[in-house]
Design a protein around this ligand. Structure first.
Ligand code: PEP
Ligand code: MN
Length: 353
């Protein structure tokens, strides 16, 4: 997919911003939001016309009627406008209006059948398609969705990182799992990847820090939900900001794109490399010991997973890490992965017998 066309050149022009309300609610709300967003220098306006909601009975968007409001916003304020499509019928209606592109939401990206239907309907169509990440942190599912759109012939494709559903209580509405979009970038380096701090954070006060973090991690821009009266928004009220707050957030962001000076970084990089080598050696040593334990457990007929022992080990590791200023949550993730691999090594040994 090397010929995917980047949406724009952020190295030359700085980050790309997309803003607008979660949902199109009324003609007045759309025109007011578009005016406010344009006044902050944003060039691309978003608004959901059909809304995928978790539970029935919630506001599901006003439907095709709102496409007319988007085109009025486009004409009045010189904006490009985009909306979400989830079915070929949505796409057909959106393409008949004069929207400049569409985005595919997280729930749709998760479903290969729905993605293929959209891809079939995009055959021969000249438009821009933004593919949000699937609900689960699976980079291949995300790439598969992008590939279906690519195979339909569309070349202006970008990805939007909006975080991933999780059963764990976290600070965020959707866990960022930054490693997933970073891996996507490694695999498709020329494709534009934006971040959506509104859906990741789910809270107004998290938008600015998440936005800065995304830019620092190399994202090409941001999609931010912006509503003239966020408190009375019919969807995602907690995470929408007014156009003036959007302006404050954007003007507070720092775009760091000075090319890395190899000399300045060299010593640090050598240090990091040597730590990484030690980490790998330590992990190999730990697995070796785990296999030895596996052998003993088998000989004495003991269960492989001894949950109490793991819980004790995990809590002790988290306490120790905290004393060194390392986050408990990070240690939880690392130790869970190490433990899982140790169990696999022990069971693997049993399987071989
Ligand atoms: C949205 O952008 O309003 C939306 C519904 O997004 P997501 O698919 O990321 O939940
Ligand atoms: Mn939303």
């Amino acid at each position: 997919m090397k010929d995917i066309v980047p949406l724009f050149d952020c190295d030359a022009h700085g980050p790309l911003y997309i803003a607008g309300p979660c949902s199109a609610e009324s003609r007045e709300q759309i025109l007011e939001a578009a005016r406010g967003v344009a006044a902050q220098g944003v060039k691309i306006f978003r608004a959901g016309v059909w809304k995928p909601r978790t539970k029935p009975g919630m506001f599901e968007g006003v439907g095709a009627e709102a496409l007319e409001w988007l085109s009025e916003a486009k004409r009045s304020y010189g904006l490009h406008v985009i909306t979400e499509v989830a079915t070929p019928e949505h796409l057909d209606a959106a393409l008949k209006s004069d929207v400049d592109g569409v985005w595919i939401g997280a729930r749709t990206t998760t479903n290969p059948f729905a993605m293929q239907q959209l891809a079939d309907a995009l055959e021969g169509v000249d438009t821009t398609v933004l593919v949000k990440n699937p609900v689960i942190p699976d980079v291949n599912l995300w790439i598969g969705a992008i590939e279906r759109i690519y195979n339909s012939g569309v070349r202006r494709i970008a990805a939007v990182h909006r975080g991933f559903g999780t059963h764990q209580a976290t600070l965020y509405r959707n866990d960022p799992h930054w490693s997933v979009p970073i891996e996507l970038h490694r695999l498709l380096p020329h494709m534009t990847i934006l971040s959506d701090p509104s859906h990741i954070g789910g809270r107004r006060d998290l938008i600015a820090p998440l936005s800065q973090q995304a830019l620092d991690l190399g994202f090409a821009g941001l999609m931010i939900e912006c509503h003239p009266e966020p408190d009375v928004a019919l969807s995602d009220a907690m995470q929408q900001v007014t156009p003036s707050v959007l302006g404050e957030i954007l003007s507070g962001l720092v775009w760091r794109r000075t090319p890395a000076d190899a000399d300045v970084l060299r010593d640090f990089r050598m240090h990091i490399d040597s730590i990484d080598h030690r980490l790998i050696e330590l992990l190999a040593e730990r697995m070796e010991v785990a296999r030895g334990i596996g052998e003993l457990k088998r000989r004495y007929g003991m269960a492989v997973v001894q949950r109490e022992r793991f819980n004790e080990l995990l809590e002790a590791a988290k306490d120790r890490a905290e004393a060194f200023g390392v986050s408990r949550c990070f240690i939880h993730q690392i130790f869970s992965a190490i433990h899982e691999e140790s169990v696999r090594q022990q069971v693997g040994d049993v399987e071989k017998k």
